[in-house]
Structure formats: structure tokens, C-alpha cells
Design a protein around this ligand. Structure first.
Ligand SMILES: [Zn+2]
Length: 434
């Protein structure tokens, strides 16, 4: 199913023509209207008219999250505030938040890309979609809202939290599609079953769109099994538009980027050089049509790779693999780079544990140590001590094989780790603390 078949299946060459034309325009637009870009361009010794091919984008300097914070709140805006109809902001857990303004046209683009994304996973006007992403200055709730509204699906704008109520709404309204973070989806399934005696598979849900945090293929299978649904990956970020930059189609083999609006590159995060197709690196995005706050070569810090070849769904836009984490999620332990992604994957490969875990870093004797707390399944917990000890050994071995560093696993009782209604906190770094 397509929302906009013409553009979604456009021949590659034609798409490139559109991209080039739009790239030239947005570069000129940003240069003329945003002093930050003009200064950056001048420092790099380039002018908008130097951009003659798509490859020429490599001469333009990157834009980083730090750059955006420096001009807080409205320094990147390309239009007067009277033209801005909505403002969103990133959470700002590390320093000042990033502020984005949307013009009426920007909201139209958001509606379009989210409508395409939801249609791609089978959502129609017959569906009842429960949006359990937070509504507010965070983009998750409203992004999904706009897409669903455009399609004409029935929206249940439940927002995040109030878990019991979420399940009652699903049951009583016959919700068919769920949108939230993957960790919250898991919590919803667990809560329904254990606290309310409702088997999540008896609900009318058929699909879910999950994102805004790192999750593995193993976690997807877990969510699909518990709800009896198809679980799709959504990708987006406030700096670019919010959810709807990319989404999985029914083939579930990577996320299609809406390339007529967002121009993707994958670079080596160390050198900034473009990487050959298929190599994993940092995703860099340029907005091709954004009017409120154009983003030129924004460094997302998200790690992914392009998937080559054509997708069986018939869409021609390029695909990226699921996000492996962020460059700033990388944990450096005894000189080895580790992603929480690898640890989650290893844990879920072992039988007898629940998909709830936390990674705790300490430095007791001038040497980093990793402790991973994992919840045991109820069956194991009531088992004999010897079996629990065996499970712990198996987990330690599996994780060590995956990341190449010795870890200590602590098995904890079911439901003893914190549950999240939004983005899960996986890593607790206590190394700086005395
Ligand atoms: Zn596809």
C-alpha cells in the first residue's frame, strides 16, 4: 500500500534530479537567511553557487547539536516568528535543549511523510491508532498524530504513561495499531498480563510503530510474540522534523528514508569522510524542503548503514538498517568500544531471562568494571540455586564473546528493574562518582 505512489516509486535518476534542485535551493535559502550558515560557509570558503552536483555537498561544513545549542533558542530560524506555527524541542538532558520551529508548510511535509510511513505498515482509515508517545514539545506524540489525522485513522491520543488506562483503552476501544517506545510496549504487555490478567494477544492490535530509542531485532521478536503483532521501526529526530524521517515497510528489511525531503549521507564519525555503500557509520541528514529551520548536513550521531539493492515493496527510496545506537552511547571500557546494542542482543539470545536489563559501569580499583543486571524469568527464579548459577555463567560467556570484555552478570528478580514509559535508561555510569 502506498500513500503517494508516484513519489514513493519514482525512478532513481528522477529522484536525484529533484534532490539536486532542492539542495541548491535550500543551501541558497539557508545562506541568505541564517547568519550561522553564512558565517560557516564563509569560513569554509564556499558559496551556494559552488554546489553543482549532489556530491558537492561534501564541501559544506557539518552542523552539530552543539552548534544548535549555541544559538538557543531561535538563532537558527530562517523566518520571523510570525511565520512559525509550532515549536518543538529536544529533551536537553545534556545541556541546553535544541529548539525547532515549524512553518505551516513544514507541518504539511510532516503530515505527508508520517502518512506515507503509517500507510507503509498497513494503517488505513479503518484503523484505530493509540498514540502512547508523549504529546508536548517532544515530537513523538504530535508527529504520529499528524500522520494518522492525514490518513483519517481513528486516533486515541493517550500520550505516554497511565499504563492501566492505556490497556483499558486498547481493550475497550479495540485499538488496532500502537505507537510508543519499544521499552514501553514491553511494559504494556507485561502489565496487561500480570496486573490485569489480560493476555495482550487477545487485544485487537495488529501492528505497532516503535522508535525513539535503540532496540534490537531480538527485542522486535519479543514484542511481536507478546502482542501477536508486527512491530515496525520508525526513525526520526527533532532537529530534522521528528518521527517520519524513515520507516519500515511490510518487508521489514530496513527503513526507507523519504529522500525527496531528507538527503542522507553516512560518514566516518572520526574523519567526517563519506563511507562506501554498506559500511556502518554516522548518519548525516540535510533537510531539502524545510522552511522554518533548514538543517544542512546535520550530524545525527546515530549509527547505521545503507542497505543496497531494491526492496521487494517497490519503493525506490534508499533504506538504512535499524539504528545501532548513537556515537555518544558508545561505552569505552578498558579501551574497548562497546554499544549497549551488542549487550541487548547477547542477553536476548540466552533462554531464561526477561528483556529487562541495566548496564552499570564502575571503577572500583582504577579499572573499569561492567556489571549487567538482568531479570530472570519467573520459572528460573523459583528454580534451584545451581540452575541460576548456570544461567549467570551462560550470560557472562555469551556477552563476553560478543563484546570482548569480561563482565559480571547479576540476576535479579522479575520486575525489580525500573520500567520506562518513554525512553529507557540502559546505562548507568558511576565511574565519575566518588
Ligand atoms: Zn520496502
Amino acid at each position: 500500500m502506498f500513500w503517494n505512489k508516484e513519489i514513493e516509486t519514482i525512478p532513481e535518476e528522477k529522484l536525484k534530479d529533484i534532490q539536486l534542485e532542492r539542495l541548491k535551493k535550500v543551501v541558497q535559502y539557508a545562506y541568505e537567511r541564517v547568519p550561522y550558515y553564512r558565517k560557516k560557509f564563509e569560513e569554509a570558503g564556499i558559496k551556494p553557487e559552488d554546489i553543482k552536483t549532489l556530491e558537492d555537498i561534501k564541501y559544506i561544513p557539518f552542523t552539530s547539536k552543539a552548534d544548535l545549542r549555541e544559538v538557543y533558542p531561535f538563532g537558527m530560524f530562517a523566518v520571523p516568528l510570525s511565520e512559525i506555527v509550532e515549536i518543538h524541542s529536544s529533551s536537553g538532558t545534556t545541556g541546553k535543549p535544541v529548539v525547532m520551529g515549524y512553518t505551516r508548510e513544514d507541518i504539511e511535509v510532516w503530515k505527508e511523510v508520517m502518512a506515507r510511513s503509517l500507510t507503509m505498515m498497513g494503517v488505513t482509515k479503518e484503523d484505530i491508532i493509540q498514540i502512547a508517545y508523549g504529546y508536548g514539545v517532544f515530537t513523538g506524540g504530535l508527529g504520529f498524530h499528524y500522520g494518522a489525522l492525514t490518513i483519517g485513522a481513528t486516533i486515541v491520543p493517550s500520550s505516554a504513561g497511565n499504563t492501566r488506562r492505556q490497556i483499558e483503552l486498547m481493550r475497550d476501544f479495540g485499538t488496532t495499531v500502537l505507537a510508543c517506545t519499544p521499552s514501553y510496549a514491553l511494559y504494556l504487555a507485561e502489565y496487561a498480563k500480570d496486573e490485569m490478567g489480560i493476555d495482550p494477544r487477545t487485544l485487537k492490535l495488529k501492528a505497532g510503530s516503535f522508535g525513539a530509542e535503540m532496540w534490537t531485532e531480538e527485542m522486535r521478536r519479543e514484542i511481536e510474540k507478546r502482542f501477536g503483532i508486527k512491530a515496525y521501526n520508525v526513525y526520526g529526530l527533532t532537529e530534522i522534523i521528528g518521527p517520519g524521517v524513515a520507516h519500515e515497510c511490510e518487508a521489514q528489511e530496513g527503513l526507507h528514508i523519504w529522500e525527496d525531503h531528507f538527503l542522507p549521507e553516512i560518514i566516518d564519525p572520526e574523519t567526517g569522510e563519506p563511507l562506501p555503500e554498506g559500511e556502518r557509520g554516522e548518519l548525516v541528514l540535510t533537510t531539502l524542503t524545510k522552511k522554518g529551520v533548514p538543517m544542512i548536513r546535520f550530524r545525527t550521531r546515530d549509527i547505521t548503514a545503507f542497505i543496497s539493492g531494491k526492496c521487494s515493496c517497490g519503493r525506490t527510496s534508499r533504506r538504512i538498517e535499524r539504528i545501532r545506537g548513537r556515537t555518544d552511547d558508545m561505552i569505552k571500557v578498558r579501551g574497548v568500544m562497546i554499544f549497549p546494542y551488542q549487550i541487548e542482543k547477547a542477553i536476548l539470545e540466552v533462554q531464561g531471562v526477561e528483556p529487562h536489563y541495566q548496564i552499570i559501569l564502575t571503577r572500583p580499583h582504577y579499572l573499569d568494571e561492567i556489571e549487567i543486571q538482568v531479570e530472570m524469568s519467573k520459572e528460573i527464579f523459583s528454580d534451584e540455586v545451581r540452575k541460576i548459577e548456570e544461567l549467570k555463567k551462560r550470560l557472562e560467556k555469551r556477552i563476553e564473546e560478543t563484546i570482548g570484555v569480561r563482565v559480571k552478570v547479576t540476576l535479579v528478580e522479575s520486575k525489580s528493574l525500573p520500567r520506562s514509559e518513554g525512553k529507557a535508561k540502559r546505562v548507568i555510569d558511576k565511574r565519575g562518582l566518588k
